[in-house]
Structures are given as C-alpha cells and as structure tokens.
Design a binder for this molecule. Structure first.
Ligand code: TTP
Ligand code: MG
Length: 558
C-alpha cells in the first residue's frame, strides 16, 4: 500500500496521566496510606484504588462489599466531595504548565494533561553537541543557561514502542533534527517532568511521547503505572519498515479504543465491517482501514448522519492512519462554561424540583465566584468579574418507565433549554443563598416550565444548570502577558457518583467541545470482565450498581 502522508516533523506532544488519581490525593495528604491497600469510595462503589490494592485484587468500579471481602484490611476513604481532587488537579496543572514554553498545556479531565513541547525541544536540538550526546544539558530557560538538567541524548528515557535496541541510530547518522532525536530529547523532558511531579508534589504519572495528542495518549497507555513510552520512528513507510510504526501501532487497536471515535461512530464502523450480527466482535483499526473499498468517500457514507460533522470521512480516514491535527489547546484563563448537576431517584413534585434547583443554583453561583472572579486587586476587595456568562441553560433527564421484561429502569436522553442569564447574579455584595433563590424563581423555573409543560409526573433522574457563552471583560486578556494564565481552566469536569445528598458536581464539557463527536475518554477498562450492560458512550461493560457512577464519569453536556 502506498505510504500515507503522516506529518512527522511538526509538533512534539507529551501526554501525562496521573496514576490512581483520587487515591493519590489521599496518599499525598497522609503518606502512610501509600503502604496500605487504599480504596476511594463514592456511594457503595470503589471509584479507584491505589496499586497496592490492585495487587491484592481490587479494581475500579467494584462494590465496596466485594472489595472488603477480597481484601479485608483495605483502607476505605470517602471521595464524594470533589473539592480536594479539583484543587489537586489545578495545582498539578499549574505546576506542569510553568515548565512548558508558551504554556501549551491542555487539561483532559481531572487527571490527564497534554503538553505541546515543540518549542522547547527544537531549542534544545539547536544546542546539542553531536560529538558528545551522553553529556547533554536540557535547557528549561532560554534566558538562564544554568536552569535545566543533564541527560544522555544518545538514548531514550523510559520505554519505546516498538522496543528500541540500546544506542541505535547516532545523531550524526540520523541528522540532529530527525524525528528520532527530537523524540529522544522529549522523552527526557517527560522523565524530568514526571520526576518533578513525584518529588515536589508527590504524584506519579504515566507518560506518552509522540507527535500528536492522539498518539501520545495511546502510546502512554502501554506501560502503566509510573512509566513512560515513546512511539518510535519511523512514522512513515520506509524501505525497511514497509508500513511505518504509526500504522503498525494503531492497527492493533480496537476501533472503539481510539480517542475521538466515540461509541456511535465505532458502532457504525463495526456494523459495516463485521455485519450486524457481529456486534460483540472486536473490530480493529486494521479491519476498518483495509476493508475493501475503504477510503474517505466510503467513510463519509458510513458515518454520515444527524450530528456528524461535514468532512467526517476524511477526518476519520486521517485518524485511522494516526494523523491527528488537533492542536494542544493553549491554556485559557477562563472556563468555557460552568455546569453543575446532580442525579436523583425520581423527582416528581414542583416542591422537590424547586428545592433541588436552589441547591444547584447555590453551587453554581459559588463556582462562578471561584472561577470567574479576580480577587488579586486590592482596590476591589470583593473581586472583579473577569467574564460574564450570557446564557443560562437548564437540562433535565427523565427516567423511562421500567422495561416490561426485565423490570429495569433506564433514563432517556437529556433535554435542555436556555435563557439569558439575569445580570443580578453578578452582585457581589449580596449573599449567595438569596441570589440563588431569586435565580431559581425568576429564571430557572420559567425555563423548567417550558421544558416540562405538564404539571407533574416528570420522573426526573437528573438536573443540570449551566452558565455558558462567556464574554470576557475588557482588558482582561492576560494570555499574552503570560502571568495569570491558567488561574482557571478551560475545562471543568468531575467524575462522581451522583446522588441527591452528595454535593452537586461540576460537569465536563469535553463531549460538547470535541472535534469528532464523542469525548476523549480517559477511562481505562478494568482487567476483569464485568457483568452488566454496555455504556453507549464508551461501550465499556458496566456493572449495574456502578452505572450511575459511570454515567456521571462521562458527564458531558449533551
Ligand atoms: P482514571 O484515569 O480512569 O483512573 P485512575 O487515575 O484512578 O487510575 P489509573 O492509574 O488506572 O489511571 O480516572 C481518574 C479518576 O476519576 C479516578 O481516580 C477516580 C475518578 N473516576 C470516577 O469518579 N468514576 C469512574 O467511573 C471512574 C472510572 C473514575
Ligand atoms: Mg489516571
């Protein structure tokens, strides 16, 4: 087959995924926990556990009851209040971003980062001494040549895929600016950043190094935990390596494991390639790529449908070949929206709806004050709004009647409606409770009535209120000054088990922002096969008891 044009000389991207993130947050607070099997509980579920617990047979999304049976001395901590995870996530993000020239660090969920380090790598290629690669010095600061670390540029740090024979390819035989040399240097930067995260902040992370967000994330998954992997060149077809390593690496992946290919797209591809009766078969990238007649035109035909972006065939064809042009988004100092939601057994009366909306509205205003206020200016002691959201959106999700065969209840999809956000919510001298009540009365309930014109019987299993359409206040574009960037996040998210008595949670808008329909899913499947039913978002099989938790984990705003 002809070589596919993989651009391999453009960006260098690192992907970092903190190991057992929620559990690590507790371990950092109380280091003694590191030596013990530790599980984080939300409702009756282990949402994550440390690697000591995993060695003893525990895994994510397991019933607490089972965890205790399998490992009676497991230490269980409560993880329903997300504040500490959110704070840790923000702190680690700012810590990492400080190292990266240009601040091109993107947060993917609470516990993953994508870093575009091209500029740093190319600068460091420029100062390499090709005659003495083992005594190289990585410059972390262009203006102060003493800031950095010593490293051996003749070898990769960590693992490579495929494994690289030690010392292969000297810089002189490859050319200093070859992709291999650039990735080698990047692997040392990844190793350095991971070591800093561990020694300064107490968190271990798993790393991936390649030329795009897609490839860096996927290759990082190969060696977990506390390790890193570089996708080794050649990326394009060569005489000796007929396909190139990108195709070889990607081809073996199940189609639904590719970030950017959500469940709906994956199902359509599977149906086409394997036929309708083979839904449980694993269809790989290779199966799709080499299917007779496959190409952008056929892909467009297969994937076309409501909601599918134009040109999806070409984009999918690119992804199947590892060509991902999505940029690492430059850190923004403001979120794109703030969204709070909670789920319920069944909300039916106006009183209960009003009460729960007031709780959500309080959280929303509190969150707006945390994320959108600049409190650094002593002349405005109450703070100054950095941005004003213009729109208020209410989403709800009704519960469907129980399935007549199984008796199980399922939820319908979300419905939502928007209205202008009343400006009184920005009053800083009024208390949050009062503002929230007024917001519910004057804005949220009228929208609710439009969404649900019937007087009762809504059987709501979820409500979400969000402020969107943020307009930054004049003079607050601090991006260019490089000072205040990243004080807030472009993406806010949470993965939590919802429930009427747990604090309402902030929601991840990744799904909405993603280029190729569904979100980048950070979720790794557990090693053990789980009973239960298939998640329509990521197609993981989720046990019934963990269903709510898992749904919430995705929690993207539809
Ligand atoms: P993951 O990245 O899936 O898991 P992890 O970081 O705990 O473990 P690993 O070392 O395998 O990467 O999820 C990140 C956090 O999100 C996790 O610590 C707990 C939380 N989470 C939920 O709240 N609900 C869920 O359903 C899952 C899977 C995770
Ligand atoms: Mg993780």
């Amino acid at each position: 087959m002809a070589s596919y044009p993989v651009r391999n000389d453009s960006r260098i991207v690192l992907h970092l995924d903190y190991d057992c993130f929620y559990a690590s947050v507790f371990e950092v607070e109380q280091p003694i926990l590191k030596t013990l099997p530790l599980a984080v509980q939300q409702k009756q579920i282990v949402v994550t556990c440390n690697y000591e617990a995993r060695r003893r047979g525990l895994h994510k999304l397991q019933l607490i009851r089972d965890a205790k049976r399998i490992c009676p001395d497991v230490v269980i901590v409560l993880g329903e209040d997300l504040t500490k995870f959110r704070n840790a996530s923000k702190d680690l993000y700012l810590f990492v971003k400080d190292f990266v020239w240009g601040g091109r660090v993107e947060k993917l969920g609470f516990d993953e980062l994508s870093l575009d380090v091209t500029e740093m790598i190319d600068y460091n290629v420029g100062v390499l001494n090709p005659h003495d690669l083992p005594s190289s010095f990585f410059h972390l600061d262009r203006t102060d040549p003493t800031v950095g670390f010593a490293y051996d540029a003749a070898r990769f740090e960590g693992q490579t895929d495929p494994p690289s024979p030690e010392g292969c390819g000297s810089a002189s035989s490859l050319g200093l600016s070859s992709l291999e040399v650039r990735l080698r240097i990047a692997s040392h930067l990844a190793g350095y950043l991971r070591a800093q995260l561990e020694h300064v902040k107490g968190y271990t992370a798993t790393g991936g190094i390649s030329t795009s967000k897609l490839l860096a994330k996927l290759v990082g998954n190969l060696h977990k935990p506390n390790s890193q992997t570089t996708l080794l060149p050649p990326y394009e077809a060569t005489e000796n390596n007929s396909q190139g390593n990108v195709i070889q690496f990607l081809d073996a992946h199940e189609i639904r494991k590719i970030p950017g290919i959500g469940s709906r797209l994956a199902q359509k591809l599977k149906d086409h390639v394997a036929g309708d009766d083979a839904t449980d078969d694993k269809v790989t990238v290779k199966d799709v790529r080499l299917f007779p007649g496959m190409g952008p035109v056929l892909l467009e035909k297969i994937l076309r449908g409501p909601g599918a972006p134009r040109g999806i065939g070409m984009r999918m064809w690119n992804i199947l070949h590892g060509v991902d042009s999505a940029e690492v988004l430059e850190a923004r100092d403001l979120p794109t929206q703030i969204s709070i939601e909670d789920s319920y057994g069944r909300l039916d009366s106006l009183d209960s709806v009003r009460r729960e909306l007031a709780i959500l509205a309080k959280s929303l205003i509190r969150r707006m004050r945390t994320d959108l206020l600049d409190k650094t200016d002593p002349t405005t002691p109450l703070g100054r709004w950095l941005a004003h959201p213009r729109t208020l959106r209410l989403s709800t999700r009704p519960r469907l009647p129980p399935d007549s065969d199984t008796g199980r209840t399922y939820s319908a999809s979300r419905i939502s409606r928007s209205t202008p956000l009343p400006p009184f919510v920005f009053a800083l001298d009024e208390n949050i409770d009062g503002l929230a009540e007024r917001l519910v009365q004057e804005a949220v309930l009228p929208v609710f009535r439009k969404l649900h014109p019937d007087k009762a019987g809504w059987a709501l299993s979820l409500m979400n209120i969000a402020v969107t359409n943020l307009v930054e206040s004049a003079g607050d574009q601090k991006q260019s000054s490089g000072r205040d960037i990243g004080k807030m996040f472009r993406q806010q998210e949470s993965r939590a088990v919802p429930g009427s008595r747990t604090p309402p949670v902030l929601v991840d808008p990744r799904g909405a922002a993603n280029d190729l329909l569904d979100a980048w899913d950070a979720w790794e499947e557990t090693d053990e096969p789980l009973p239960g039913r298939m998640c329509p978002r990521c197609e993981a099989r989720i046990p019934d008891f963990a269903w709510q938790a898992h749904e919430m984990y995705h929690s993207s705003v539809d």
